[in-house]
Design a protein around this ligand. Structure first.
Ligand code: FUC
Length: 358
């Protein structure tokens, strides 16, 4: 394992550190203290060519000015809160309405725009980077002083483990995720439409026209939301469904995860490059977002952004659920520990080319 520390940029006079971790078999992972952003993940393809598989920028200015939440940790709340308000213990709390009348990803003062403290632990076969932050009572509109930690551990098996921990001195909302956009083609050569997805979910949450869950669970059976057997994402989108049209031509829905045995809950595969990503989470749901709202008015490391250039698999609790007893609540009670983790395992098909030229 190799670790290189650096300075990514400066915000308000403060240096933002970067950490680059390399495994001996060829994965390279880079993250920064700003928003806990994962800026780059290099993975070999079937010919051994290492290329980037996440959307990201090379400058802090781009993240600050116009990032559609590339690679960051979202908090305190991932997803939308209807009417940008919620009630806890009879008190109504108001958040920024930054998505029509709703709150999206906690607004401009969310965790993606915060500089976190960091510490590293280096072992023989793994490197861990822990980011910590004390979010003060009332920040972004949420009650309670919330102490939060996010740890990225990269190991020699080319796995990325993300562990989240939080504790508050008042009842509050906590629903954290990482918002990496994946594109396994490598350096954004193609959109994600021909990526094959396996997602073990029997049902997803119907959305209303402002993308808030209506409360209805729709069975995936016989719909383009059926990914229990591997399917090309583009095929699903083309098949058409009012819920696909509603979100701008694609997926942007919470899928409820089903129990699995001896297989990953989610697998993403790109046949042409031979790259594969498997995801396992303790969370009950994943918001599968197929990059429908990515606009073409900015560049991503020299490539023009476009719709479907990346996809997010945001592991989390179903959004906007506070007192619907069918789902785990997004309320974290005073002095209780919030802990959760998600593992991303990267692999590549070594069958077709020499693992040589890197
Ligand atoms: C995802 C989606 C949203 C939004 C955002 C940038 O989390 O659920 O609709 O577009 O990313």
């Amino acid at each position: 394992m190799k670790l290189v520390e650096g300075v990514y940029g400066v915000v308000n006079g403060r240096h933002v550190k970067s950490y680059a971790v390399e495994t001996s078999s060829g994965m390279k992972f880079t993250c920064i203290e700003y928003g806990c952003i994962i800026t780059e993940i290099l993975i070999p393809d079937s010919n051994g060519l290492k290329e980037n598989v996440v959307l990201g920028f090379d400058t802090l200015a781009e993240y600050i000015d116009h990032s559609p939440y590339f690679g960051c940790v979202i908090g305190r709340n991932a997803g939308r809160i209807g009417g940008a308000a919620f009630e806890i213990d009879g008190v109504t709390y108001h958040l920024a309405n930054n998505d029509g009348e709703n709150n999206l990803h906690s607004g401009a003062n969310g965790f993606h725009n915060v500089i976190w403290d960091s510490a590293v632990v280096v072992k023989d076969t793994e490197v861990s980077i822990t980011f910590s932050y004390m979010s003060p009572d009332g920040e972004a509109g949420f009650p309670g002083n919330l102490q939060v930690e996010v740890t990225y551990t990269i190991n020699e098996n080319n796995e990325l483990l993300i562990q989240y921990q939080a504790q508050s001195d008042q009842n509050t909302i906590v629903n954290l995720t990482n918002h990496s956009y994946f594109n396994l083609s490598g350096n954004l050569k193609r959109t994600i439409l021909d990526h094959e997805l396996t997602l073990h979910s029997d049902g997803f949450l119907e959305l209303d026209e402002t993308l808030i869950p209506t409360g209805e669970i729709i069975s995936v059976e016989g719909t383009p939301f059926e990914f229990r057997k591997s399917k090309q994402i583009g095929q699903g989108i083309e098949a058409g469904h009012p819920q696909i049209t509603l979100v701008g031509g694609g997926y942007d829905h919470p899928f409820l995860l089903s129990p699995v045995q001896n297989q990953s809950q989610m697998t993403l595969f790109d046949l042409e490059s031979g790259r594969k990503l498997e995801i396992e989470t303790e969370e009950p749901a994943v918001v599968f977002y197929s990059g429908n709202m990515l606009t073409d008015d900015f560049n991503i490391r020299g490539t023009q952004s476009q719709k479907h250039l990346g996809l997010c698999l945001e592991t989390q609790k179903p959004p906007n659920m506070i007192d619907d007893l069918r789902f785990p609540s997004i309320i974290l009670e005073k002095n209780q520990q919030y802990t959760t983790q998600t593992v991303y395992s990267f692999g590549w098909d070594e069958g077709t080319g020499p693992m040589s030229h890197q």
